[in-house]
Design a protein around this ligand. Structure first.
Ligand code: C2E
Ligand code: MG
Ligand code: MG
Ligand code: MG
Length: 293
């Protein structure tokens, strides 16, 4: 081993790199079949309004049930799909599925349907010619109100190519809501907020987790409220895991939150059951007899 490290250091790593590349290629090939084999599905995690915790929106989060490896995290297969370019097809599937779901909720629950449905958009999709037109067509085909669809983009994705920010501007001009995801973890400065149209700033959970401490994260989480108020955009705290965090965030001025404290990502059926339950608890005002008494 010592000799390998001295003489030709790469002989040590070659087999490992080969294996990694092979595993990557194999998983990539599997991913290409995943849509046709019906292995992808979406979960939805509520974005709630503080302090009550009423759902204000649902973020679609992609899952892959691999026939051999079981459930694979998007943190693993999304980067893989980005590397092999398959993200464009996967992203198209997410867009269509989420819009169909949003339309179904809109039809069934009207005013009580989730006000917004969010989808995560990767850099490769933003750079794809015709992406914005495709989004517009999908909204028209499914009948989803443009203001109800939120696109979540990261700082890194917006700055990845020259055309990415143009695509975000066009989506915003169409009437879609734009959320800047994982804010604070990218490498950009606050000037991105000057150049890019943003409706919601999603403050990353790595900062939010520090709100109950005396650390710099707490100061940053609190200060960002001043920025969002000044820019007249909404702040969303990501990864809220405790009542104490929720309380501190509300006190700091946060209007929206998302995290395990409120709900984990859940199936569309579970969301529907939740909407049914809410409808039974609070009958619509237009219902016969509801106004009297
Ligand atoms: P994200 O968009 O920032 O989504 C939030 C992630 O945090 C989700 O992980 C969610 O399950 C997790 N999370 C929510 N609340 C909490 C909490 O209280 N504590 C902790 N520790 N985690 C929480 P998930 O579903 O594994 O997704 C990971 C990332 O994968 C997403 O981060 C997003 O960047 C990406 N992703 C997911 N679905 C899609 C998709 O359809 N398209 C694209 N391009 N990316 C996606
Ligand atoms: Mg997101
Ligand atoms: Mg995020
Ligand atoms: Mg993330």
């Amino acid at each position: 081993a010592a000799k390998a490290a001295g003489g030709n250091r790469w002989t040590w790593f070659d087999p490992i790199m080969d294996q990694l590349a092979e595993a990557d290629a194999r998983l990539g090939a599997d991913l290409r079949q995943a849509i046709a084999r019906d292995e992808l599905f979406l979960l939805y995690q509520p974005i709630v309004e503080l302090p009550g915790g009423t759902p204000a929106g649902m973020e679609a989060l992609l899952r892959w049930r691999h026939p051999e490896h079981g459930l694979i995290s998007p943190d693993v297969f999304i980067p893989l799909a980005e590397r092999n370019g398959y993200i464009v097809e996967v992203g198209r599937w997410v867009l269509e599925r989420a819009c169909e779901q949003a339309a179904a909720w809109q039809t069934a629950y009207g005013q009580n349907a989730p006000a917004k449905v969010s989808i995560n958009i990767s850099a490769r999709q933003l750079a794809e010619p015709g992406f914005v037109a495709e989004v517009a067509q999908t909204l028209d085909r499914t009948g989803v109100d443009r203001r109800r669809l939120m696109v979540e983009v990261t700082e890194t994705a917006v700055l990845s190519t020259g055309s990415a920010m143009d695509a975000v501007r066009e989506l915003h001009d169409l009437g879609l809501q734009v959320a800047l995801d994982d804010f604070g973890t990218g490498s950009s400065s606050l000037s991105l907020l000057v150049d890019c149209p943003v409706d919601y700033l999603k403050v990353d959970k790595s900062f939010v987790g520090g709100i109950t401490t005396a650390n710099a994260q707490a100061v940053i989480v609190q200060s960002l409220i001043g920025v969002t108020e000044g820019l007249r955009i909404e702040a969303v705290a990501e990864g809220v895991e405790s009542a104490e965090q929720a309380h501190r965030l509300h006190a700091a001025g946060y209007r929206f939150a998302q995290g395990y404290h409120y709900a984990r990502p859940m199936t569309a059926d579970d969301v529907t059951a939740m909407l049914d339950e809410a409808a039974n608890r609070e009958p619509a005002a237009s219902e016969p007899g509801a106004a009297t008494g």
